[in-house]
Design a protein around this ligand. Structure first.
Ligand code: GTP
Length: 690
């Protein structure tokens, strides 16, 4: 025979298992993709509501004054609705990353009140009429119900994503504690609903027994609950700002403004504080932490295409997705712009870091819909480990270096810091220091390689080539420093210097009676600067140089990858009277198909094409076809890398307009260019010069 005690044990056990199950649901919800999330939330709320409803029914049955259910189905539906609201309120609240005290209080109140109403409606639905609420007991039971809800919310929020060694034990322990609260508050609720005139059953003879049960359960529950709440809030309390926020179970010194106003994530200062504390804890406990540098890919085009407002909203969404993808013991801050830094603690092994990072990468790969705009982005992540990859000072630099490697390898991926990156990073840092000095000490120089007419051999102009006169390493070409200059934000200054020097040379040539055109190489990064046209215009004006004398060389590879961006800028250049030359032409299938779309006036055949024109009939035929097409589009064709007479003749035969290469001249200093120019101008009319 089933006794009341057996039923009580069975119900209590079911409550514990139900709570444990709720932890699992929340864990699965947390790792759901944004697409799946809403549907899963609703589905899980239904499952949880069914569990809550059954347990309530069980406890009511145990109260022994409701022998049968549902004489009033409408009320029963009301009960189910309350169960659903209760489950949804919990699930929605625990899904948050931060839980200010006021949010916790309102969610607990909503949950506690729904719980009370659920019991009340259940009794009515079961046929109880003429019932009276004992206000003091009702208030007390409401207090217990709210406290149980608060405990459940805080616990689920804290344990969400927790994957430490004690995970299972902690979850069971808290499940027991929550079930205890559930039982205590339910007992109190039942006692508060007094049946003056029961239709079914008699007023509870067992009230005294319940009172006894309550006397035992409540102090235990109150003690454990307050202990847990105090411990957790003590770790997150911010007395200075009287702002109670339960987040990430980490302490941050907030004497300064610690949050990024846009995303409300911690800012760089807060991150640094957090890192110091976390590193100390690692040192103390012999643990590791991982720092993940997360940089969005192709974020600038979003701003350019949809405006900064949408860019801002996207950053907010991104911050939410990252927050949801990391575990609750982890930490994420906005490092600035489109960069975020996550600090992963409580690391079991390498795989546990990989799992979280991959989740971040996947979460940002999902489509964003911002104010009806469908936006696709991705992120590149660099990860470095403390203390394995170096001290705290190097941690961010290392992760940053790894992130750049991830970008270099094609973006939308993560990369861990390793020995190869370490070496490259050390060199890069050294280059950064030296570049700063190079700018202040004016160690850059321009050399000029003449560009001559294919038939008359008249000098038409020159290509300006940037060099760095390094104090120890000699003359360096851009390959050895441009990447560092781009990465450390010095490229704009260097590029502006190049254009300015080129214009100065044009102006000085003019003073000597030479009408010189100079080509300068433009980097992809330069084209991202919306002020580029205005900047060039101001430099031209400063040197009183006509725009027709300046040719901007754009590499074909850049043009392919950023067509939209290029088209607009090139159109603007054309309006300004600037000429554009498509450099390294012929390397890609793109070459011919898209040529018509871009506002260019010249193509420069890549040296790999000119190399074989004298020895391979196939190469010659290809180059001939390109020349014909370019001419059909009214474009000037320049062959680069012409080194011997055979190549020159072959190129002349297929109609190439101009040439550049060692056959004519190596890159030379400005003065030498002027001398050469004057000499060639005077001689070219009478004989073959080269
Ligand atoms: N809307 C918005 N944009 C910002 C904010 N802070 C920085 N940005 C812009 O973010 C962009 C970041 O530049 P990058 O990281 O070089 O752009 P990207 O297109 O992501 O480049 P890759 O990382 O190479 O893919 C710049 O254009 C900034 O103007 C902000 O608070 N709001």
């Amino acid at each position: 025979m089933i006794t009341t005690q057996m039923l009580l044990v069975a119900l209590f056990t079911s409550s514990v298992v139900g709570c444990f199950f709720a932890f699992k649901l929340v864990d699965r919800l947390r790792v759901a993709t944004p697409k799946e999330h809403d549907f899963m939330l609703k589905k899980y709320a239904v499952v949880m509501a069914a569990g809550i409803f059954s347990l309530h029914a069980g406890y009511q049955f145990l109260a022994d004054n409701i022998p049968k259910v549902s004489q009033h189905p409408i009320d029963l539906i009301g009960c189910m609705l309350c169960s659903y609201l209760l489950a949804a309120a919990i699930l929605k609240t625990v899904h948050k990353k931060r839980l200010p005290l006021r949010d916790l209080l309102s969610a607990s109140a909503a949950t506690g009140i729904s719980g009370y109403l659920l019991s009340y409606f259940y009794q009515i639905s079961a046929g109880a009429i003429n019932i009276r609420i004992d206000s003091w007991t009702a208030l007390f039971s409401l207090f217990l119900a709210c406290l149980t809800a608060a405990l459940a919310i805080v616990t689920i929020l804290w344990l969400k994503g927790y994957s430490g060694k004690l995970e299972k034990r902690l979850k069971w322990m808290f499940s027991i504690e929550i079930a205890l609260g559930f039982l205590a508050s339910h007992t109190a609720i039942n006692l508060s609903i007094v049946h003056n005139n029961m239709l079914i059953g008699q007023p509870s003879d067992q009230a005294d027994n319940y009172l006894m049960l309550l006397l035992v359960l409540v102090p235990v529950f109150l003690f454990i609950t307050s202990f847990i709440l105090v411990i957790f809030y003590e770790r997150n309390i911010d007395l200075a700002q009287s702002k109670l926020t339960f987040r990430n179970t980490q302490t941050v010194n907030k004497k300064f403004l610690a949050y990024d106003p846009l995303t409300h994530l911690p800012n760089r200062d807060a991150l640094n504080q957090h890192l110091i504390l976390s590193a100390k804890r690692c040192d103390r406990n012999g643990e590791s932490l991982a720092l993940a540098y997360i940089d969005l890919d192709h974020f600038k085009p979003v701003n350019d295409q949809f405006g900064h407002h949408i860019g801002d909203l996207l950053l907010i969404e991104v911050s939410k997705r990252i927050s949801n993808a990391i575990r609750n013991c982890d930490y994420v801050a906005r490092a600035g712009g489109d960069e975020f830094i996550a600090v992963l603690s409580e690391i079991e092994n390498h795989q546990s870091v990989v799992t979280v990072i991959q989740r971040v990468v996947d979460a940002l790969r999902e489509t964003f819909v911002i104010e009806d705009h469908v936006i696709e982005i991705s992120c590149s992540v660099g990860v470095s480990m403390y203390p394995q990859d170096g001290n705290l000072q190097k941690l961010k630099l290392n992760a940053d270096a790894a992130m750049y490697k991830a970008k270099e390898n094609g973006k939308n991926q993560y990369r861990f810091f390793d020995a190869e990156i370490e070496q490259a990073s050390d060199e890069m840092q050294q280059t950064r220091i030296e570049l700063k000095q190079a700018i202040s000490e004016q160690e850059f120089r321009l050399l000029f390689q003449p560009k001559v007419d294919a038939i008359t051999r008249m000098v038409h102009g020159a290509e300006a080539l940037l060099r760095w006169q390094h104090p120890a390493r000699g003359l360096l070409s851009p390959n050895s420093f441009i990447e560092a200059a781009e990465r450390f934000g010095m490229i704009e200054e260097i590029n502006a210097w190049v254009i300015s020097q080129a214009c100065r040379t044009i102006s000085q040539a003019r003073d000597r009676g030479i009408d010189l055109s100079i080509s300068v190489n433009m980097s992809n990064q330069q084209f991202r600067n919306k002020q580029l046209g205005a900047l060039i215009q101001s430099i031209l004006e400063a040197h009183a140089v006509e725009s027709r004398n300046l040719i901007l060389e754009v590499s074909e590879t850049n043009a392919i990858h950023h067509q939209g961006q290029f088209k607009d800028t090139l159109r603007q250049f054309k309006q300004q009277g600037l000429k554009i030359s498509l450099d390294d032409f012929g390397l890609h299938p793109f070459s011919l198909t898209h040529l018509e779309d871009l506002e260019v006036s010249e193509v420069k055949l890549d040296r790999s094409l000119t190399k074989n024109v004298a020895v391979s009939h196939t190469s010659l035929s290809i180059v001939e076809a390109i020349v014909k097409l370019a001419h059909a589009l009214n474009l000037n064709v320049v062959a680069e890398g012409v080194e011997d007479e055979e190549q020159r003749k072959a190129l002349v035969n297929i109609g190439c307009d101009q040439m550049q290469g060692f056959l004519f001249s190596k890159p030379v200093e400005q003065q030498y260019l002027f001398d050469l120019f004057s000499k060639l101008q005077s001689q070219s009319a009478t004989q073959n010069l080269f």
